[in-house]
Design a protein around this ligand. Structure first.
Ligand code: GUN
Length: 294
């Protein structure tokens, strides 16, 4: 059977189109414009690209956005002061501090300073706790986007064996917590594998769905998979490629060409999970503006 290529750009565009219409109505009927504040500290080139594309999506949907760019030597105190101002600004519904931060700034302190009601990344311990309990809070954008891809293509994790590889706070842990809830589009048996897992094959070969989010380029091979598995690739890695003008190309955590023939469905990189992260950030910001989170 032919492998289904899961088109993240298509899914993200569908979500953004719907949000654009809902934003038009929110502005017209309640005179509320969703507002997102973005903070970038330092000059990490990838972070810069991400923050700019988040602001661009805001513009597309009719949101208000502001970007604060601060130098790498900015103090923690300064960052906390800006967050405090944004927490108290009623025109700002979402606050996003792009990670990673320079080492003199504690990421945990910064995340905990953001009001849980404006924490559109879903990283605040209050929102992490709500996710675990199955309560209504902000859900981190990348895992939420993966659920949206699965919904779009009618891949229901219920009663399936899902293996998540990677235990980051941004992807692995929230993905795990989204997938075992006694809810629709959840209800899976979930295993989380990581660098401490011995014999990864043992788990992945029994998986109906594998979600690769460990941050090692082209790590997952066809030999890890059972025939007909669904593979979701969360990785974005630059590898050297002298045939490209830039000198590099992007690959995921999955060896795509090797895995493709064995899968029933797979996400490409780029154009798979990536576009969903921004679409879900827009969705979270809209929900905040529309007071859907409490
Ligand atoms: N760095 C990498 N991914 C993310 C994300 O989803 N949100 C933020 N704030 N920083 C990141």
């Amino acid at each position: 059977m032919e492998t289904l290529i899961l088109d993240g750009k298509l899914v993200a565009q569908a979500i953004k189109n719907e949000l654009k219409e809902k934003t038009f109505i929110l502005k017209r009927d309640k005179t509320i414009t969703p507002g997102l504040a973005l903070l970038l500290v330092g000059d990490n080139p990838a972070s810069k690209v991400y923050v700019n594309s988040k602001a661009k999506s805001c513009e597309e949907l009719g949101f208000m956005s502001i970007i604060f760019e601060l130098p790498a030597n900015t103090s923690e105190e300064k960052v906390l002061k800006i967050i405090d101002e944004w927490n108290n600004n009623p025109l700002i519904h979402g606050i996003l501090v792009q990670l990673p931060l320079p080492k003199q700034i504690s990421e945990n302190k910064v995340i905990e300073a953001i009001s849980p009601l404006k924490d559109v990344d879903g990283f605040h311990p209050i929102n992490v706790g709500k996710l675990v309990l199955g309560l209504n809070g902000f859900v981190p954008c990348t895992p939420a986007g993966i659920i949206e891809i699965m919904k779009f293509y009618n891949i229901n994790p219920s009663k399936k064996n899902v293996v998540v590889i990677g235990r980051s706070n941004i992807v692995g842990k929230p993905m795990l917590n989204l997938l075992y809830q006694k809810k629709e589009w959840s209800n899976a048996t979930v295993t989380i594998c990581h660098t401490g897992t011995e014999n990864l094959h043992y788990y992945t070969q029994n998986a109906d769905i594998v979600i690769a989010a460990m941050g090692y380029p082209q790590f997952l091979k066809s030999e890890h998979l059972k025939e007909g598995a669904v593979v979701i690739d969360v990785g974005i890695n630059r590898i050297e490629d002298n045939s490209k003008k830039s000198g590099y190309r992007l690959v995921g955590d999955v060896d795509y060409d090797d895995c493709l023939p064995k899968c029933s469905a797979i996400t490409p990189v780029p154009g798979g999970v990536g576009p969903l992260t921004i679409a879900m950030l827009m969705s979270n910001t809209f929900k905040s503006a529309n007071s859907e989170i409490n």
